[in-house]
Every structure is written in structure tokens, then in C-alpha cells.
Design a protein around this ligand. Structure first.
Ligand SMILES: C[S@@+](CC[C@H](N)C(=O)[O-])C[C@H]1O[C@@H](n2cnc3c(N)ncnc32)[C@H](O)[C@@H]1O
Length: 260
């Protein structure tokens, strides 16, 4: 009655009400988009951004929306997404930091063909999630958002850990519009990290600044990392403990007396 192509539309609406994933002007790539319910909602929310839908199935034309028929696990399909982006320009992502790609939001409602054997279906769902993640990482801008459907189960834990290395904030969400008996959850990832370091990296740095609370600051390819206990002009062997969008935190392992 409301003109949406699938009940899935209401899930995306609820996800957005709770997590503010899509904002006006955002460019959005929707993977596993047929018949197009999410595309309709993404278009309503974004209003002016580029919207691209990809699916194995043909998506009936939707005004103002680009559609690609293809398999997201194939390089050819990813190349088609990139060529639309090149033609359409950067949109809002252009105004953000230089690191990262051109798309503000990647959505994946990908679902495998269900066999009924839960552990197999769950493993195939996580495989598709990882394919969607790989695609998202290649096109998302710095700070961009990613929403991915996954079947809940053992394999999800490791996937969530990997997502936490790539996004500032990762939450598992179960929209009311999902059927009660469904094993699906949506993982909402906000703030694509493009810092040149990852948690656990270890390196020697020079302390080139001082924060308001007196912590030393190292600059790694222009990305600031706070090193508590260090002082301006010192060299430290540090281990990255937390990576955020605009800055990170590291533990000073050892002060290096003679840098050479
Ligand atoms: C639950 S439906 C998506 C519904 C959609 N979000 C909507 O609102 O209308 C899942 C879709 O994933 C697609 N799909 C599954 N594997 C795929 C793949 N490897 N590449 C592209 N699409 C795929 C299926 O064809 C199916 O249309």
C-alpha cells in the first residue's frame, strides 16, 4: 500500500531510525538489492546522492537509481560500480578527508540460497558478508557507514572482530520488522577508519606535540596518536591500543634514548 517493493524496506527504515546510517546527500551502494525495497528507502533518505543497486537478479528500473545485474563476488561487478562512480563524481564524500573511497554508505542485505541445514547456511551467509565487506572497504569514504545482514551463529564472532578493526563503532541490531523466527541480524558499522595504523601495530615515533592533558602526540603520516607519559622531542617505541576516526591512542613501551 505504501508503494515499497519489499517488506525489507521497513527494516532499513528502522535501522536508520535507530542508527542514523544514511543522511541527506549521501551516496549509497546497496548490495543484494533486488527487488529494490532498500533502494527506495535509501533514495528517500538521501534525496540527492548517487544510489546504486547490485543484484544477481534484474532489478526493475527505479527513477534516479543506477542498477547493476551481477555477482558481487566477481571483479567485473565491482568494476561496474567503480565506473558509475567515476562518471557521477564524488558527491558528498568529496568534501570529507582524502583517505578512502567515494561512497558514504554501503548496505548489504545479501542472502544465500537457503538449504535448510543451518550451519551450512550460516557459513554461506558469513562468506557473503565478507564479500560485501571487501567491496565496502574498496569504495567507502573516510567515516563512511556499512550495514550488513548476517545469520547469527558461531562464525559471526570472528567477523565482528574483523569489522571492529575497520570501523569506529560496530553494533548488532535486530529490527522489529524482521520475522520473530528469523536468525538474521544486521550489523551496523559506523565510521570507516582509514588511519595508517591498526590496533596492535608497534613502531618507533618522535613526539612532536602535546595534548591538553599533557600527553605527548606522535604524527604518523599526518594521523595524531596520543602517547601518555611521553614528552615533546622524545622518541618512543609505541604499541597502538585504540584507533578512532580523527586520532588514536598508543601505549609507550620503551623510551628510545638513542634513535639511531
Ligand atoms: C533478501 S534479498 C534483498 C532484498 C532487498 N534488500 C530489498 O529491500 O528489496 C537478498 C538478495 O541477495 C541477492 N544475492 C545473493 N547472492 C548474491 C551475489 N553473490 N551477488 C549479488 N546479489 C546476490 C539475491 O539475488 C537476493 O535478491
Amino acid at each position: 500500500m505504501e508503494g515499497y517493493r519489499s517488506r525489507a524496506s521497513y527494516k532499513l527504515k528502522q535501522i536508520n531510525e535507530h542508527h542514523m546510517v544514511i543522511e541527506k546527500g549521501d551516496s549509497v551502494v546497496d548490495i543484494g538489492a533486488a527487488p529494490g525495497g532498500w533502494l527506495q528507502v535509501a533514495n528517500e533518505l538521501s534525496k540527492t546522492g548517487v544510489i546504486i543497486g547490485v543484484d544477481l537478479q534484474k532489478i526493475k528500473p527505479l527513477e534516479g537509481i543506477f542498477t547493476i545485474r551481477g555477482d558481487i563476488t566477481k571483479e567485473k561487478t565491482k568494476q561496474k560500480i567503480r565506473s558509475i562512480l567515476e562518471e557521477q563524481g564524488n558527491g558528498k564524500a568529496e568534501k570529507k578527508e582524502k583517505r578512502g573511497g567515494r561512497i558514504d554508505v554501503v548496505l548489504s542485505d545479501l542472502a544465500p540460497n537457503i538449504t535448510g541445514e543451518y550451519s551450512l547456511d550460516q557459513a554461506r551467509s558469513i562468506y557473503l558478508c565478507r564479500e560485501a565487506l571487501e567491496c565496502a572497504l574498496s569504495i567507502l569514504c573516510h567515516g563512511g557507514n556499512f550495514v550488513v545482514k548476517a545469520f547469527y551463529g558461531t562464525d559471526i564472532k570472528e567477523f565482528l572482530e574483523d569489522l571492529r578493526k575497520e570501523f569506529e563503532n560496530v553494533k548488532v541490531y535486530n529490527p522489529r520488522a524482521s520475522r520473530k523466527e528469523s536468525a538474521e541480524v544486521y550489523v551496523v558499522c559506523k565510521g570507516r577508519l582509514t588511519a595508517p595504523v591498526k590496533v596492535g601495530d608497534q613502531m618507533i615515533v618522535e613526539i612532536v606535540g602535546e595534548g591538553k592533558r599533557g600527553d605527548g602526540i606522535a604524527s604518523i603520516q599526518g594521523y595524531n596518536v596520543f602517547v601518555p607519559g611521553s614528552e615533546l622531542g622524545e622518541f618512543w617505541d609505541i604499541k597502538i591500543e585504540e584507533v578512532r576516526l580523527k586520532f588514536g591512542f598508543a601505549k609507550g613501551m620503551n623510551k628510545v634514548e638513542n634513535k639511531d
